[in-house]
Unconditional design. Structure first.
Length: 202
């Protein structure tokens, strides 16, 4: 019998004979560790301790999204529509030197959402000096084609001259307007795509 065949059969026999609880836990840990090693080799962030992705439900806005860290939440009033102030609700977290944030507001009238989205986007982006700007359409699950979003990518500096990258999208459904944002020194697609493409309106 060839040495290689014998070694394979011998290893198989050892696994079959493992029945104890502690041995089963050890095998499970080894399998999980192997999966993470393979994922890291494929540049997938899912098993990274820095980016611990989890599903977050926002019941007040009927939104489901993915965040890579445990979120905090809050709200504040902002003038999204001329002549009125709106409560903007936010969830977000920081990890790996990046900030992930999702926010929404109800402007009460569908006719006001387009101007509110434009105002919100302009107010966010004008806080940075832009060197490079690119845009691409993005499909959001649960949003009609007539209200499709655009993903904006910026490279620039803050008012203090600190280099920064920003990726964001703004969109509306019904009388609600939404903002999804990632900010940091360096943003990669492997990290930002699960966040943006994970947004689902219910």
């Amino acid at each position: 019998m060839p040495a290689g065949d014998y070694g394979l059969k011998q290893e198989s026999s050892r696994v079959d004979n493992v029945t104890g609880p502690s041995s089963k836990r050890l095998i499970k840990r080894m399998i999980e560790r192997t999966i993470c090693i393979l994922a890291a080799a494929m540049l997938l962030p899912g098993c990274s301790p820095t980016y611990n992705w989890r599903e977050v439900m926002l019941e007040g806005a009927l939104v489901k999204l993915m965040l890579p860290c445990k979120p905090d939440s809050g709200k504040r009033e902002l003038p999204l529509v001329h002549g009125q102030r709106n409560w903007v609700h936010m969830v977000g977290c920081e990890t790996g030197g990046l900030t992930f944030a999702f926010a929404w507001a109800d402007v009460k009238q569908v006719a006001l959402t387009s101007s509110a989205v434009t105002t919100w986007q302009r107010a966010t982006l004008e806080q940075r000096k832009v060197n490079v700007r690119t845009e691409q359409p993005i499909t959001i699950s649960g949003v009609g084609a007539q209200q499709a979003a655009t993903l904006v990518r910026l490279e620039g500096t803050t008012s203090a001259g600190v280099p920064v990258m920003v990726e964001g999208m703004w969109f509306a459904k019904g009388s609600f307007v939404f903002q999804a944002l990632v900010l940091g020194d360096k943003i990669t697609e492997q990290v930002s795509e699960p966040f943006f493409w994970g947004v689902t309106l219910l």
